[in-house]
Ligand binder design. Structure first.
Ligand SMILES: [Zn+2]
Ligand SMILES: [Zn+2]
Length: 127
């Protein structure tokens, strides 16, 4: 499906194609620090941003960048370089997602749990 959304202040908006209907929640320490909680993200086939000048990119590993709005600080995406965008689920105008799985549960703090019978992986689903 197609989808669109924006950061908190609206300086960055996006239109995405091939938006997956399933969200993966990531409990790894990098997502936890970056988000202040678990990462909640959805993969897309392609995305076009407007307000690109307002996007700051942080190289969080050898293979990925994380992008955020310079003005309001909203987290926008995890980019598996060069072109695999995974967008923060909360940015989308339409919130008709389902929680598909939780990953990196080995790093999940004990003080919260997501309800539901979805798979929970200690690392990636393939691990
Ligand atoms: Zn913003
Ligand atoms: Zn993570």
């Amino acid at each position: 499906m197609n989808g669109s959304g924006q950061c908190l202040c609206g300086a960055v908006t996006f239109a995405a194609k091939g938006v997956e209907s399933h969200v993966h929640a990531c409990h790894c320490s990098m997502c936890r620090r970056w988000n202040g909680g678990p990462g909640m993200a959805v993969a897309v086939k392609s995305v076009v941003f407007t307000g690109e000048a307002n996007i700051e990119r942080y190289r969080s590993s050898q293979w990925a960048e994380r992008g955020f709005c310079k003005t309001c600080g909203s987290n926008l995406f995890y980019l598996l370089m060069p072109a695999r965008y995974i967008l923060e689920a909360g940015l989308f105008h339409e919130q008709n997602f389902e929680l598909e799985s939780e990953i990196y549960c080995a790093g999940k703090p004990a003080w919260y749990e997501f309800a539901g019978g979805h798979p929970k992986h200690n690392g990636l689903p393939s691990d």
